[in-house]
Ligand binder design. Sequence first.
Ligand code: G6P
Length: 467
Amino acid sequence: MRLVVVSNRVTMPERGEKVAAGGLAVALRSALEKHGGLWFGWSGTTSAEPSSRVEPVRLGNVSYAVVDLTEAERQSYYLGFSNRALWPLMHYRLGLTDFDRSDYAGYLGVNRRFAKLLVPQLKPDDVIWIHDYHLIPLAAELRRRGVTNRIGYFHHIPWPSAEVFGALPFSATLISTMTAYDLVGMQTQTDADNLIGGLVALRGAHRDGERVKAGPRETVVRPFPIGIDVESFRKLAVASVRAATQPIRATTGPLGGRKLVIGVDRLDYSKGIVQRLEAFGQFLRSHPEHRGNVGLLQIAPPSRSDVPEYAELDRQSDEVAGRLNAALGEFDWTPIRVVKKAYSRSALAGFYRRAQVGLVTPMRDGMNLVAKEYIAAQNPEDPGVLVLSRFAGAAHQMGEALIVNPYDTHEVAEAIRTALAMPQSERVRRFERLYATIAASDIGWWTSRYLAALTGAEAADKLAPPE
Ligand code: G6P
């Protein structure tokens, strides 16, 4: 049995690519390196002619098969339908959703081409695991070409209720392609219920608990909250805290004197970065005794900058940070630093361990792996405090964080104050429970649980071991 993973983004280690904080790429690379197999998807680049065949490249125990898109396909499939229609819709942002019929046609066309190029790579015993909203119709396209292998899908982002999803033109057609899968994994029970509810409401599907049927096949829809490689991230944090601390000292002053609040997110409106900056400003206004002795470091690598809403967020975050720094800063203290670039995972781990407060306040998020990374990186004897949005999937598992409503600036500001003032004994108590949770449901647990369910046997350990 071989594992075939398909995702829009494929990160190949030999390219030395920096993987942005959290997210699908980080999770998948760990899973595939462990199990071995084939990773198929977009190369991330465009070429004048669409690829007519793919040639897998083997690196370690993983083969990579990547496809170039044309610029028109990147525009319609990736920037257009995936990221201007599905992304905002799935994050409950109907007002930002922009539906364009030609983008939808491009989306379907790329899924069709992926299916055509993947079929010759498949072996009869392969288990196929497709990831995320870019590739929803892929299983239906593979089935159309006669593929009978087990095919699973994992949805990394939220799935909204039928009322919201139904606003998408062709929503009934698109949602029914989900029934080409044997197993659909969601981040939370709410997401699973929303998808099943959508299939019932929009397609008249029949529901029996976690099983749903709208055609010949029965699909199981179940939550599988994704995790991280807790142990290696912890080790990374221990190893890099010293290196990460040096530059922070240089810009914020001596460690003893100033505390650090950290946010790490792709520059995306779903992450609530602007609202978080405002909340930090509110905190400094309400509690002026903290001025001069704490700083917010927001690391925000740019993302999807060709999409207008992202360009607008880029501008807006600079404006808000500039306004707050000018109003609240001192000649020798800058309250907020927004750094718009990607850091290595090891640098991030060091920053997390150095920070007294981890601010993870998305307006809506499938899981949010930064919340888990922040906890994994802490010093168990003197841990920092996680402030976590109730609209992140992670909040379903991480109730010992300070849970906040990111729309309520005042509440987030007060949580920052509470976190900074929290006695060590309480910090340790909360940290221990959070760490135990994320360690018990780490990336290895997630992969083997999902694959055991997909293969129909509790036998994920039968997957070919790395050669
Ligand atoms: C989220 C999505 C992933 C996506 C990642 C980065 O985590 O769930 O599918 O790869 O964001 O976004 P990008 O558009 O750069 O791939």
